[in-house]
Design a protein around this ligand. Sequence first.
Ligand SMILES: N[C@@H](CCC(=O)N[C@@H](CS)C(=O)NCC(=O)O)C(=O)O
Length: 297
Amino acid sequence: MTNRSELDAKDSSPSKADYQPPKVWTWNKANGGRFANINRPISGPTHEAELPVGVHPLQLYSLGTPNGVKVTVMLEELLALGYADAEYDAWPIRIGEGEQFGTGFVEINPNSKIPALVDRSGQKPVAVFESAAILFYLAEKFSVFLPADHPDRSRCLSWLFWQMGSAPYLGGGFGHFYAYAPSKMEYPIDRFTMEVKRQMDVLDRLLADQAFIVGDSYSIADMAIWPWYGQLALGRLYGAAAFLDVESYKHLLRWARDIGARPAVQRGRLVNKLTGDSDTQVPERHSEADFHGKRLA
Ligand SMILES: N[C@@H](CCC(=O)N[C@@H](CS)C(=O)NCC(=O)O)C(=O)O
């Protein structure tokens, strides 16, 4: 039988490695792969650029990616429930063109990632970044989509933070190596596929006996998880539906379809979307009229 130290020695054998890390890493700008042109090992602004400000109290600076869609779904759900103070202007931040590194954006999010929200309804503007923090902020502001009492409140927050901790394995891990890396490498694809399938199984078991992530009430946990795991199950991310055998996660798929059928979710998906057919894009959103003539799905 092989013991642990023999295995370790075998796994780290230099003859098996393609890449020997140098003593000190240096930035190789041309490392290839999608997004190579926007990734940098330093933070902070690269250029002066003020952010536009519209007429509504809530100003969203975002893009129609899964992290951005969480917030536009929440805002559209609030408006659908009749919360008029949730009216918002949504401005696209073209991350492929480096707009997240403009001075105005860095001021509201020093981490230079969408989405970021500014609430101008009070005496001083309140800037919020990180999608879960924005969902939580809005849920508290309007007292909705977050159960008021424990244990449901703590369950909701647990799943909200589960999403924030888990999705980087899906997007930055699986999605990156399966769809975007300059070459297909078995080791990372295998590692992250294993983890993503485990995560889908976690959700599938949870949703076997309940309609939503937190029992029978729709909450910010559904809104955070659906744009990643719901859309993955629906075959909308990375062209990976067959590879991941998404059809086998039946309860996850049922939930994904139910949430995807909500009109507010269908509207939220279009906001700040800059790709696809033009009737599926609402690059800027200032009022309900921006959805007229658009194809909801
Ligand atoms: N944990 C963050 C992640 C945000 C994030 O990764 N945003 C991406 C787009 S989905 C981004 O802005 N990337 C630009 C960059 O990395 O420079 C959140 O949930 O808000």
